[in-house]
Design a protein around this ligand. Structure first.
Ligand SMILES: [Fe+2]
Length: 376
């Protein structure tokens, strides 16, 4: 068994006010580069960094499902500027982009040259990851997901040096997060926890983090969605739940839900968490014969009092469908995905690196059946 999270974590409401001390503790020099997106600048969150570092060079061009061309543009800038470290500020897209740009700072070529595991020669420059959503947990994982738009493919760039050096996790940064993003990123976190807990690669250690993540997420997601501004406890629980779910799946894996969500995300600009929410209950129905005992345990953590494992699992699946409705997550049909794309989506899902980890073996025809069932 191996378990690794080398990232130094600073967690707490209001901890963003200690940014300068945290930067000084983790970066030797003063040269910093900020990788973020326009939304974070417009919301005023970037100001919390800019006010401390008025001279900092900023790249705010990261889009949802970050593109290889965007990362390469930022990479060229960072090679000229030669900063000592990178601050990634935003949701999973900004943090993944920051990790990829840090790799390009010390390695030649383009980001697509580093697709796969440990394809880089030199460790990236250190990254301080500051998440502003409650889902991806990119702040504590070793992977950066970048979309190659010409190949319509989501590349994973990963390796032990790709973990951020430090993560500043401040639940107060969620205060201005729109409810739809609390919902979709929170459902991404829930999917991470459920998949980490049920995949073949789950271990005693990953179970510890997955179980606690599940408890925290079930206790807080609906509350956070209803009133994230007023509910400090819900903010703290969903942020912690999201982060530790990342420690779980980062050391075990994700399964078929993510395989489909990433296939969808490579062809359409569907938010990752929305795609996960749509397919989670249908993949769970498919996985039930292989994961009944584990799903029943999750059901009990979700407050379902039912002794029979099969019945408990089925009630959990219904509860997750109901949760998606109460969080106003769009339905599959509302995503605008064409039915004639299903065979390609099924093939891409099957080809995903995480497919072998799914608790029940899933072939192309199984993915096709899951897509059809979710659609109808
Ligand atoms: Fe995810």
């Amino acid at each position: 068994m191996k378990f690794q999270v080398p990232t130094r974590i600073y967690f707490g409401s209001g901890i963003m006010s200690q940014l300068k001390e945290i930067v000084e503790e983790n970066f030797r020099g003063a040269g910093l580069y900020l990788v973020t997106d326009r939304g974070i600048v417009d919301s005023g969150i970037a100001e919390k960094v800019l006010s401390q570092y008025p001279e900092i060079q900023v790249f705010d061009g990261v889009e949802q499902n970050p593109k290889h061309s965007t990362v390469n543009t930022a990479g060229e800038m960072v090679r000229k500027l030669k900063p000592d470290g990178i601050i990634g500020l935003g949701g999973g897209s900004a943090l993944d982009a920051a990790k990829a740009v840090a790799l390009l700072a010390t390695n030649p070529g383009r980001i697509e040259d580093y697709e796969g595991r440990e394809k880089y020669k030199t460790p990236p420059i250190p990254v301080l990851a500051i998440p502003t959503t409650c889902g991806t947990a990119s702040e504590v994982t070793w992977v950066s997901v970048v979309t190659h738009t010409e190949r319509m493919f989501k590349m994973s760039i990963k390796g032990p040096q790709m973990f951020p050096a430090a993560a500043l996790v401040d639940p107060d940064l969620l205060i201005t997060l729109p409810p739809s993003l609390v919902a979709s990123t929170g459902m991404d976190a829930l999917t991470h926890a459920i998949e980490a807990f049920t995949v073949k690669a789950a271990t005693f250690m990953t179970d510890i983090f997955a179980r606690e993540a599940l408890r925290l997420i079930f206790q807080s997601l609906e509350r956070a969605y209803k009133d994230i501004q007023a509910d400090k406890e819900a903010r703290e629980k969903i942020m912690m739940g999201s982060m530790i779910a990342g420690m779980a799946f980062g050391n075990s894996d994700v399964g078929a839900v993510h395989c489909i969500a990433e296939a969808v995300g490579s062809l359409y600009d569907t938010p990752h968490g929305v795609a996960n929410s749509v397919f989670l209950p249908f993949v769970m129905e498919f996985n039930l014969p292989a994961a009944k005992v584990r799903y029943a345990e999750v059901a009990r953590m979700a407050g379902i009092e039912e002794k029979d494992d099969e019945a408990a699992s089925r009630r959990l699946i219904q509860k997750i469908k109901d949760l998606s409705v109460s969080l106003n997550i769009p339905s599959f049909k509302e995503l605008g995905i064409e039915r004639d794309e299903f065979p390609e989506l099924a093939e891409k899902s099957f080809q995903n690196n995480s497919n072998p980890s799914n608790p029940r073996e899933a072939g192309v025809s199984d993915y096709l059946a899951i897509l059809e069932k979710a659609y109808s």
